[in-house]
Design a protein around this ligand. Structure first.
Ligand SMILES: *Cc1c(COP(=O)(O)O)cnc(C)c1O
Length: 404
């Protein structure tokens, strides 16, 4: 039954945001006639601007943040017979991209405080076939880049930062996406910087950047002809329209990051006061949190409330767009659990214990799936005072359930 008196009746800030800048940038691309191509001025301008924003040497754009992961692994020479360590609390692409290059994803559990991959679990998962680690900066909070960089360097593994949640996040003052061999970015519609769709890789390595450029452009090389194909890439090019919209959005990003930080700070402080509500931790080495999501734990027993889905429903009836996030660990998907992929292509053998996906023990991830509430980042673009609507709604749901 819908609540007759919702805490929040007016809408939250919409997403994506746009103003005259996007319209003007698009008009210029339309009239220029240069709508596509890796050397289109709008594409080159965005690659330069995003590299400068990150403090990265190279940015290579591509069609989306799934393909960017595939290109990163292909450029690193990862393929059949290799294992890549990934977290289980993430979007499909983090692990499916590994299968796409015929390597095997090995799931390592997450840290209970930040939900980013747990460095101890990574170390425990390293085997003779491990070649890389993909860390996800979950919700925009950096994974432990000190330990991950150290582990990867000591074991000779590549580090890929899946930064799809983390545009503008930084660790000890340095942008995420610049610690690993590659940072991988998504500009899909829900992300904190969007061109509708789109993706990119950042890297400090000129040779890796050149290989990524070649792969995303059908295996072509600068200085050769359009019919000279050197490697097995694909047409994974961003359009000039997307690049123009991305440049306009990038100009607005720093101010949005500051706003999200201010709103999240109020939520962290006030929600922590409520029994059974536990915000995620912030590592003190995090110098900017991108807050792609605002995630908090809801412990129904301590709270004295209903199970997670009903709790989210009750918040929605109060005008708070809460959802239960990833409902189960990624390896429980039939794709992995039933091994609905080309097993032979991966060089998989029965003794590959880490790939018995259905049997994996991932207690921290299981618990995160069972008790975590997500709020979307556009809610954090409201005024900080408006966060009281969230706090009030949570407190009201609690009172309603306790007197019921
Ligand atoms: C969105 C997302 C991706 C994939 O990006 P697309 O552009 O949608 O292909 C990869 N990893 C994570 C963690 C994501 O959230």
């Amino acid at each position: 039954m819908p609540t007759s008196n919702p805490v929040r009746a007016r809408p939250w800030p919409s997403w994506p945001r746009h103003d005259a800048a996007e319209a003007e940038a698009l008009r210029r691309v339309v009239e220029s006639g240069e709508w596509n191509g890796v050397d289109a001025p709008a594409v080159l301008a965005f690659e330069r601007a995003y590299a400068e924003f990150l403090g990265a040497e190279h940015v290579v754009t591509c069609t989306n943040g799934t393909v960017s992961l595939e290109i990163a692994m292909a450029a690193l020479g990862i393929g059949s017979g290799d294992e890549v360590i990934v977290p289980p609390y993430t979007f499909l692409a983090t692990a499916s991209a590994v299968l796409k290059v015929n390597a095997l994803p090995v799931f390592a559990d997450i840290d209970p405080d930040t939900y980013c991959i747990d460095p101890d679990a990574v170390e425990a998962a390293i085997g003779p076939n491990t070649t890389a680690v993909i860390a996800v900066h979950f919700a925009g909070h950096p994974a432990d880049l000190d330990r991950l960089r150290d582990i990867c360097s000591r074991h000779g593994l590549a580090l890929i930062e899946d930064s799809a949640h983390a545009h503008g996040a930084s660790w000890k003052g340095q942008a995420v996406g610049t610690f690993g061999e590659f940072g991988s970015w998504s500009f899909q519609g829900s992300k904190n910087l969007t061109g509708g769709e789109g993706g990119a890789l950042s890297t400090g390595d000129a040779r890796l950047a050149a290989t990524a450029r070649e792969l995303r452009n059908c295996g072509r090389r600068p200085g050769f002809g359009w019919y000279d194909h050197f490697s097995l890439g694909g047409n994974w090019r961003l359009t000039a329209f997307q690049a123009a919209v991305l440049s306009a959005g990038l100009a607005r990003l720093p101010e949005q990051i500051a706003r999200r930080e201010a709103c999240a700070e109020l939520l962290d402080r006030e929600l922590a006061e409520l029994p059974g509500i536990v915000p995620l931790a912030r590592d003190p080495r995090t110098t900017a949190h991108a807050h792609h999501l605002y995630a908090f734990r809801y412990r129904a027993e301590e709270f004295g409330g209903p199970p997670l889905p009903e709790f989210c429903q009750a918040l929605q009836e109060h005008g708070i767009p809460a959802t239960p996030g990833y409902p189960r660990p990624l390896p429980r998907q039939p794709l992995f659990a039933e091994r609905n992929f080309d097993v032979a292509a991966t060089g998989w053998r029965p003794e590959h214990v880490p790939t018995r996906y259905a049997e994996l023990d991932l207690p921290v991830c299981e618990r995160a799936c069972a008790e975590t509430v997500w709020l979307p980042h556009n809610l954090l673009l409201a005024e900080p005072e408006e966060m009281w609507d969230v706090v009030t709604a949570v407190a009201l749901v609690r009172k309603a359930k306790r007197t019921a």
